[in-house]
Design a protein around this ligand. Structure first.
Ligand code: TEU
Length: 548
């Protein structure tokens, strides 16, 4: 299957490359950077939403699935993008956001009339005892999940922002609409879809949820039987007729759920994004930090590597802080920014599954040193701030947590070079450019063989030519608080990987030294040092390769 040995590059269009100098990335900008993506070694692009949208949630609130947001360009530009990408052997997958639409979508506007045939496209309900919402569910954006609509005299459900009303998947007409959307984009040339929050689209009942600090009501809409049925129907009636794949974004997913969703015989999704690995050092809906232990990370990764036949592997996306700030040294010990970024590249690219690389990850972009809440655009950060204020959490703590977790950390413009606005745009960027762009940018790494970018390219090439790194078994070997060791094995190919997540030199435990005997192994390491002294340097990663 071609998507198994692919390398996928995620583009967040508004922050990638601006060609019109309005401060907003666009499709012609993406076309102008396809060569860089090809040089990296990626052969698939996942494009975050470019559809028409009022941008209440940066395009994840779609008002027309068949039109392009004019800020990004035209349908003609999009067709050019498919064609130019294809010329370079690059496929494109689209973001499928179908749990909700924008409240400005024509369907929703029509559905506000209780007599409209569109009424049942959404989930409308009268309030409890006149003025109270129909149930006690709480949303993904730290706020209410029901909005009262004067015109209708009823509430509508929105698990995200109030400008993102949830569609009603008990209505077969909604499923037919989705099939049409899929066909439209597949016929245009899409090679598949990244399916937004795809495991919560079916609401079995609207009863009150169990009390919970996170999202309350989950048991009524996470991985419901009806949800599985919808996925099977989409696959059977549309997706299976094309050479394409799907990757689900599955929130709060656990392994038993995931096994059902990705079982090849059930024909639902091809692979999915889980969140566990990025939450090993955070608690309560990802916001409150706790101590990092490498063994916890290895445990989680082992669970998924062994539990599923195929994984979608990622360390970054547009919702997560930058990995070199999160698990790496950028914010703790910046001397090792570069080495830790390479160590994390080694981690991601030596796991079994299809790797997804998020724009800027390949040059080690870091979190942004935002100074106050007004510098942030993210709806989640603002929602969280409001909620914590209500809970009387002191300002300095609120800011500390929001700053580290804000989705805007990943959304600042791509740092292409050291010219004004990092070469992203000549206009004022929609979100501030990271102040470190003179130090961290694509141009300065392009021809430097010691750069993070060069390391990514080398690893991607190695992976492409090594069946063992793509398909080999995953064998956990050892982990403690600071380091982890694992192997990938396929017949006579043996890969041994050791990663150091700390600022100290750490000796490989004696018991495992035999795995690193360099007389018959070839070594690739993140520190670039050529001598192996049976220890890991601070933030170093090493890969020992033995092929018979
Ligand atoms: O994300 C789903 C989701 O659960 C996150 O928004 C999560 O709540 C957030 O990351 C907490 O930090 C998807 C998209 O990736 C996201 O960008 C959208 O905002 C969301 O769905 C709604 O479409």
């Amino acid at each position: 299957m071609w998507w198994k040995d692919s390398i996928i590059y995620q583009i967040y269009p508004r922050s990638f490359q601006d060609s019109s100098d309005d401060g907003f990335g666009d499709i012609p900008g993406i076309i102008s950077r396809l060569d860089e993506i090809k040089e990296l070694g990626a052969n698939v692009i996942w494009l975050s939403p470019v559809y028409k949208s009022p941008d209440a949630d940066n395009g994840y609130d779609i008002s027309d699935y068949y039109a392009i947001n004019p800020k990004f360009g035209t349908m003609n530009d999009m067709e050019n993008l498919f064609a130019e990408a294809a010329k370079r052997g690059i496929k494109i997958i689209m973001d499928l956001v179908i749990n909700h639409t924008s409240d400005e979508h024509e369907w929703f506007q029509k559905s506000r009339d209780p007599k409209s045939p569109y009424r049942d496209y959404y989930i409308w309900k009268p309030g409890k005892d006149s003025k109270k919402p129909p149930n006690n569910w709480t949303g993904f954006f730290m706020g209410e999940t029901w909005e009262y609509d004067e015109q209708s005299g009823e509430y509508y459900l929105h698990l995200f922002d109030k400008k993102q009303p949830d569609l009603n998947y008990k209505n077969p007409k909604v499923i037919e609409e989705v099939k049409n959307i899929l066909r439209f984009w597949l016929d245009k040339g899409a090679a598949g879809f990244r399916c937004d929050v795809i495991n919560i689209i079916f609401k079995t009942s609207l009863a009150d949820g169990k009390k919970s600090l996170a999202v309350q009501g989950l048991e009524h809409f996470k991985s419901q039987e009806g949800n599985h049925e919808v996925l099977r129907e989409l696959r059977r009636d549309v997706l299976d007729k094309y050479d394409c794949f799907t990757v689900g974004e599955t929130v709060f997913v656990d392994l038993p759920d995931a096994k059902l969703l990705c079982d090849e015989n059930r024909k639902e999704l091809n692979m999915l994004f889980f969140f566990d690995h990025l939450e090993v050092d955070r608690r309560i809906a990802q916001f409150i930090p706790k101590k990092f232990h490498a063994y916890k990370l290895l445990n989680v990764i082992t669970k998924w590597q062994k539990g599923l036949d195929w994984n979608a592997i990622y360390l970054e996306n547009h919702d997560q802080p930058r990995i070199v700030s999160h698990f790496g040294a950028a914010d703790k010990d910046s001397e090792f920014w570069k080495r830790s970024a390479k160590m994390l590249a080694l981690f991601e690219l030596t796991l079994r599954g299809t790797p997804f690389i998020y724009q800027g990850q390949e040059i080690g972009m870091t979190n942004f040193d935002f100074k106050n809440i007004d510098e942030l655009n993210d709806v989640v950060s603002h929602g969280l701030n409001k909620l914590m204020k209500k809970m009387c959490i002191p300002k300095f703590l609120r800011w500390k947590w929001i700053k580290a977790s804000s989705r805007d950390n990943a959304r600042t413009p791509m740092q292409w070079n050291d010219s004004e606005n990092a070469g992203f745009s000549k206009g004022k960027p929609w979100l501030g450019v990271n102040r470190n762009y003179k130090l961290i940018n694509y141009a300065s790494q392009k021809n430097d063989p010691d750069s993070i970018l060069a390391f990514y390219k080398k690893l991607i090439l190695l992976r492409k030519n090594s069946k063992g790194l793509i398909y080999g078994d995953f064998i956990p070997v050892y982990a403690d608080t600071n380091i982890m060791i694992y192997q990938r094995i396929l017949e006579k190919e043996i890969y041994t990987i050791a990663l150091n997540f700390s600022s100290h030199n750490i000796k490989i435990p004696k018991k495992f030294l035999h795995l690193f005997s360099s007389d018959y192994y070839q070594v690739l390491n993140a520190s670039g040092s050529s001598e192996w002294k049976n220890e890991l340097l601070p933030w170093e990663g090493v890969l020992f390769i033995k092929t018979a």
